[in-house]
Ligand binder design. Structure first.
Ligand SMILES: [Zn+2]
Length: 251
């Protein structure tokens, strides 16, 4: 079992390494497949041994082999997060079509969270990719029902759209589209839970960021990372949390 877990983790880090390319290039309108990976400063092409997830960063002590330019800690961080989360989802779902489905969603959410932190946008290309692939999976998984997810799509986007309209544009368009996409993936119950958890995480996160003086009260704090984290929490623990809630209100 340990070998299998290790392989899944390593597979996740390799996907994470690819997600890094997407996170860097997509907002810059660069092609994701061409050219091959190069140092963003000296443009030297990176060799396969420079691209081993996590290890290359440690061996090179976080610097480019050629020009000594500092490499962002974001790269190994994305690889570690992807590796660990791939493993967690594998343990949770086992080999199944659901596993593929949620690994895909997780990968999108990692890309969205990191692009949103850096550029304060959620690219339409990713949302569109998610909607198309999500719809295909939903057709393949018809035995899970359809309406739950259609309602999730409408409700996910709708609630944030309503908040945006009522607050006079307090909510970004990217967040609205992201929640609609998530609704298609996880259904309306978990979508509402995701919104609730995201609001909670956002409030706590905002207070911490302001207390640590990383952000001021006036700064725009991207909501995408909170939605992404809340969505993963909902997938893993959602039904436990909902049952607990029902038990609490029904006594
Ligand atoms: Zn370099």
């Amino acid at each position: 079992m340990f070998i299998l877990y290790l392989l899944i983790f390593l597979f996740g880090t390799i996907i994470g390494s690819f997600l890094n390319v997407v996170i860097y290039r997509l907002p810059r309108n660069e092609s994701i497949v061409y050219p091959s990976s190069h140092c963003t400063k000296c443009k030297n092409e990176l060799k396969p041994y420079d691209l081993v997830p996590i290890f290359s960063y440690i061996i090179l002590k976080g610097r480019c082999r050629y020009c000594g330019n500092k490499i962002s800690v974001k790269y190994p961080l994305v690889e570690i997060i992807a590796g660990l989360m791939y493993l967690v989802l594998f343990i949770y779902f086992g080999f199944s079509i659901e596993l593929l489905f949620y690994l895909f969603l997780l990968s999108l959410l990692i890309v969205i969270a990191f692009i949103d932190i850096e550029h304060k946008i959620i690219p339409n290309k990713i949302i569109l990719t998610g909607l198309i692939v999500g719809a295909i999976f939903r057709v393949l998984m018809l035995n899970y029902g359809v309406w739950d997810y259609v309602i999730g799509f409408v409700l996910g986007g709708g609630v944030l759209l309503l908040i945006s309209l009522l607050s006079g544009g307090g909510m970004g368009g990217g967040d609205i589209k992201l929640m609609a996409m998530i609704g298609l993936f996880i259904g309306w119950k978990l979508t509402l839970l995701t919104l609730f958890i995201a609001a909670l995480l956002g409030a706590v996160g905002g207070i911490i960021l302001i207390a640590l003086k990383i952000k001021t009260r006036k700064d725009y704090i991207p909501f995408g990372p909170y939605i992404s984290a809340a969505c993963i929490i909902s997938i893993l623990y959602g039904y436990n949390l909902l049952n607990l809630y029902i038990k609490l209100i029904t006594g």
